[in-house]
Design a protein around this ligand. Structure first.
Ligand SMILES: NC(=O)c1ccc[n+]([C@@H]2O[C@H](COP(=O)([O-])OP(=O)(O)OC[C@H]3O[C@@H](n4cnc5c(N)ncnc54)[C@H](O)[C@@H]3O)[C@@H](O)[C@H]2O)c1
Ligand SMILES: [Zn+2]
Length: 370
């Protein structure tokens, strides 16, 4: 039996209903991937089918769907795994494979992988013959709750992350935590940091559930429901503000300092994105507490959870100027003013905040000492 628990096409934040109607994206929460995928493929008219995987998802994730009768004629395109391959060479390989395989404007591309595959595959599909349909099947927690939804596609270029890309929604995103069985603990935690962010910008109930969940030994069935709640948060925000003019900036919570930590770590031991976000959340909750009245006991609860599960990246006060400079160069800033998304309370989002150098240094002190 087709088991679709939820189809999100939410229009809750409806002060701009026109945008909402234009930008609904179908997200299907599945527990029987084959049945759901078959239904979604047949709902998406196509002549040929291509599957995009990376070397790792070919090994661990493709076997979960490849016996599906409707995929028997599908051609598989493989690219290298991880973000270092989210580049022009891989993109060119995908375009070439589509072209060589006889893809037309009516061909359907199915991306099976983490955010690297869904970003690059989404961009390849959006540009091949001026755009073909694509379906995302995210296989990491980060891609499930974040990267695969919301229409941002692209590649890294010239040493810059996500420098080239377009906004274009997948025809459908299918979420199934069954894929997470083979994902390592670090990548689970990395995605979970984005779920914590979604809890913080939503409500106490969701945050409370996240802080008490056993993420070290997760029940995939429970996680499936939490993933559904979490992706619905992103979904309703991007539906309302698809191109980040306003409320989509809520999703940047933890990311101004987080991106600085991430870039800083590149020169030492690279950090997974979610770890950098978790550390960024510590600093930005502190800024929220001193600048926008975020309750300190709620800050401590979240900080405690992060310390316990994510550890810490060692920094000293000698690193502050470099970190500040990295924050100043964040591409979200306008006229060199560092832009933060802060909170007045759980769910009380304050976009377009700024902070002085002293306040930022204080937040970094807090990070080191907490
Ligand atoms: N478009 C957006 O809105 C958005 C948002 C956040 C992040 N991103 C992008 O997403 C990317 C990061 O995504 P990610 O964290 O999923 O990384 P990733 O896609 O590189 O996956 C991480 C690793 O896990 C492996 N993997 C994937 N699924 C697996 C599974 N089920 N079992 C075992 N191994 C598996 C991958 O092969 C890879 O080695 C970055 O490129 C980032 O820029 C995009
Ligand atoms: Zn993020």
């Amino acid at each position: 039996m087709l088991d679709i628990l939820s189809i999100f096409a939410l229009a809750i934040w409806n002060y701009n209903p026109k945008t909402i109607r234009m930008n609904q994206q179908k997200v299907v929460i599945s527990t029987h991937i084959n049945e759901v995928l078959e239904a979604e493929i047949s709902a998406c008219q196509h002549d040929r089918l291509f599957l995009l995987v990376d070397a790792t998802t070919r090994q661990y994730c493709l076997p979960l769907v490849e016996t599906l009768p409707c995929l028997q004629g599908a051609q598989v395109i493989e690219i290298g795994a991880t973000d270092v391959h989210k580049d022009l060479d891989s993109l060119s390989h995908v375009w070439q494979s589509l072209s060589d395989g006889g893809a037309t404007r009516h061909t359907l591309l199915i991306n099976i992988g983490g955010g690297m595959v869904t970003d690059l595959g989404g961009f390849a599909a959006s540009t091949f013959k001026r755009g073909i349909n694509y379906i995302n099947i995210p296989t990491t927690l980060l891609a499930m709750v974040d990267a695969s939804v919301g229409g941002k596609t692209g590649i890294n270029f010239g040493g810059l992350k996500n420098e080239i890309g377009v906004f274009n929604n997948a025809a459908c995103v299918i979420l199934d935590t069954e894929f997470l069985k083979t994902l390592d603990e670090e990548n689970i935690l990395s995605g979970y940091a984005e779920m914590l962010k979604h809890g913080l910008i939503s409500n106490e109930k969701m945050l409370g559930e996240l802080l008490s969940f056993d993420i070290e030994q997760p029940s995939l069935a429970e996680l499936q429901r939490m993933v559904a709640d979490s992706v619905a948060v992103k979904q309703r925000i991007v539906t309302d503000d698809p191109t980040e003019q306003g409320i989509r900036k809520a999703l940047n919570l933890g990311h101004t300092v987080g991106h600085a930590f991430e870039s800083f770590a590149l020169a030492r031991t690279p950090l997974l994105h979610g770890y950098a976000v978790a550390y960024g959340l510590i600093c930005e909750l502190y800024l929220s507490a001193i600048k926008t009245g975020f309750p300190t006991e709620k800050m401590h609860q979240t900080v405690q959870f992060i310390k316990e599960h994510y550890g810490k990246m060692a920094i000293t006060c000698d690193d502050y100027p470099t970190l500040l400079q990295l924050m100043t160069h964040d591409k979200k800033n306008v006229s060199g003013i560092i832009n933060f998304t802060l909170l007045g309370n759980v769910g009380d989002i304050r976009i377009n905040q700024t902070a002085t150098k002293e306040e930022i240094y204080e937040a970094l002190d807090f990070y080191r000492e907490c």
